[in-house]
Design a protein around this ligand. Structure first.
Ligand SMILES: *[C@@H]1O[C@H](CO)[C@@H](O)[C@H](O)[C@H]1NC(C)=O
Ligand SMILES: *[C@@H]1O[C@H](CO)[C@@H](O)[C@H](O)[C@H]1NC(C)=O
Ligand SMILES: *[C@@H]1O[C@H](CO)[C@@H](O)[C@H](O)[C@H]1NC(C)=O
Length: 413
């Protein structure tokens, strides 16, 4: 038997009435595609659980209402997609309940579907959203490395799987698996290593949006193309790893599981497909690139001033986030040189998870909600540095309380 959980998502970047459509990249299209793959490979709907923000098909900015495409010129892939948890029901609590099989806890919420797998089942989990060192953003919530590791350990303890495979696309996704044991039949593939961005690709000129992320597109295209009844996870890993030239795709956990067939996790009816990747850029640069395209397209036209202002505002917003982090750190260190070093040193591997995760929660709760301000994810590496330099989460919290006295903001991309 096979069970599949997909968590997925991301919101709209900018809503601009009457001016061409902009929505976020990391998007829902990939999820829809993943679900289609599972359908085509014969996985029954009642064994597929989908959490998706579901903001694309019916977004006011979508020029083709009710439709989602996942590659340039591709067909509408939206109809028939099971949507078990959408909108506000996509949150950490519900995600963990789905994994734990807690149907009581999800009574009356969304479809109420949870993993009902047992010791003979294979489970496949695909996560796609924004990330940062040691965390994965679930809309307004944060899934930390500890949260994910704990959930997996509890699934192991409760014999909820024979083998569990996770594919994760987010910036710094490798950092989610640094605490994953090697002996509990869990195998993971991350789109990027612990210290780099994953990449957005498939820039679609008409829609002015990126239609997927390189890693996700690569594994899904490979799954469409290959006979997954025969292809091993190991072979798929090598194909995806070599085709993803923009980040380091890595294997984690019990790597010996990679001799299993891909079809054991995603279903194994043979299907056909096509595709290929075009230009790609890092996810954090997407909002900049989108506005840049609008600026180019609107040269000399009425919209031009508007897009220049948007660009200025985007940059101002980002500076505010960065300055806030810098101010807090300055209050902690009381040493400008050290502060500069903590703010610029990017080579961060997390050892002190407790200090880091606790500081991130503080920053998320008191300063910038990381799910609603994706750019804030780009500065939390400074907290890894802070903790690795021996400062404490308590010191960070005290200073954050003093500095973050502004009204909550959303929409800093
Ligand atoms: C998730 O982890 C953070 C720290 O890493 C912790 O504070 C929080 O309570 C955890 N959440 C759940 C629901 O376990
Ligand atoms: C992670 O990726 C970055 C950027 O590509 C690279 O500089 C770094 O060496 C990589 N680290 C590891 C451990 O692979
Ligand atoms: C700038 O940030 C504000 C929230 O403080 C947000 O409402 C606005 O949309 C952002 N502007 C841009 C261009 O990202």
């Amino acid at each position: 038997m096979r069970w599949v959980a997909l968590a997925l998502l991301v919101g709209v970047v900018g809503v601009v009435a009457g001016i061409p459509y902009v929505h976020n990249v990391d998007s829902g299209e990939g999820e829809v595609w993943a679900v289609l793959i599972l359908h085509q490979h014969g996985v029954a709907d009642d064994h597929i659980i989908v959490m998706m923000y579901d903001d694309i098909a019916n977004s006011k900015e979508n020029p083709h209402p009710g439709q989602i495409i996942n590659r340039p010129g591709g067909p509408n892939v939206y109809p028939g997609v099971p949507k078990d948890y959408t909108g506000a029901n996509v949150n950490l609590d519900n995600f963990l309940k789905v994994l734990k099989g807690d149907s009581e806890g999800l009574k009356g919420v969304g479809s109420g579907k949870v993993l009902k797998s047992g010791p003979n089942d294979r489970v496949f989990i695909n996560l796609v959203d924004h990330g940062a060192p040691g965390l994965f953003a679930l809309i307004g919530d944060i899934l930390t490395t500890t949260n994910l590791t704990d959930a997996i350990l509890s699934m192991h303890h409760n014999k909820q799987y024979k083998e569990l495979t996770l594919y994760v696309e987010s910036c710094e996704s490798g950092s989610l698996f640094q605490k994953l044991p090697h002996d509990i039949n869990v195998y993971a593939v991350s789109a990027s290593n612990a210290t780099e961005s994953s990449y957005a690709c498939y820039f679609e000129a008409e829609l002015k949006t990126f239609l997927g992320d390189v890693f996700s597109i690569k594994w899904m295209e490979d799954t469409d193309r290959e006979n997954v009844a025969k292809e091993t996870l190991k072979k798929q890993y090598h194909v995806v790893e070599s085709e993803t030239k923009t980040s380091h795709v890595l294997q984690w956990g019990q790597i010996s599981i990679d001799t299993e067939k891909v079809g054991a996790f995603v279903g194994s009816y043979k299907t056909g497909g096509d595709g290929g990747d075009k230009s790609s850029i890092t996810s954090p640069d997407v909002p900049l690139a989108l506005i840049q395209t609008h600026i180019q397209d609107s040269q000399g036209l009425i919209g031009s001033t508007f897009w220049h202002q948007e660009m200025d505002e985007l940059k101002k917003n980002r500076t505010f986030v960065r300055d806030t982090m810098q101010k807090i750190i300055q209050q902690v260190t009381r040493d400008t040189e050290v502060t500069t070093r903590l703010m610029t040193d990017h080579h961060n591997v997390i050892f002190n998870h407790e200090c880091y995760e606790s500081s991130v929660m503080t920053f998320h709760n008191l300063c910038f909600n990381l799910g609603h301000n994706p750019y804030a994810l780009r500065v939390v590496y400074a907290l890894v540095n802070l903790c690795e330099h021996g400062y404490t989460a308590q010191e960070f919290t005290c200073s954050a309380r003093a500095v973050c006295d502004f009204e909550p903001v959303i929409g800093i991309n």
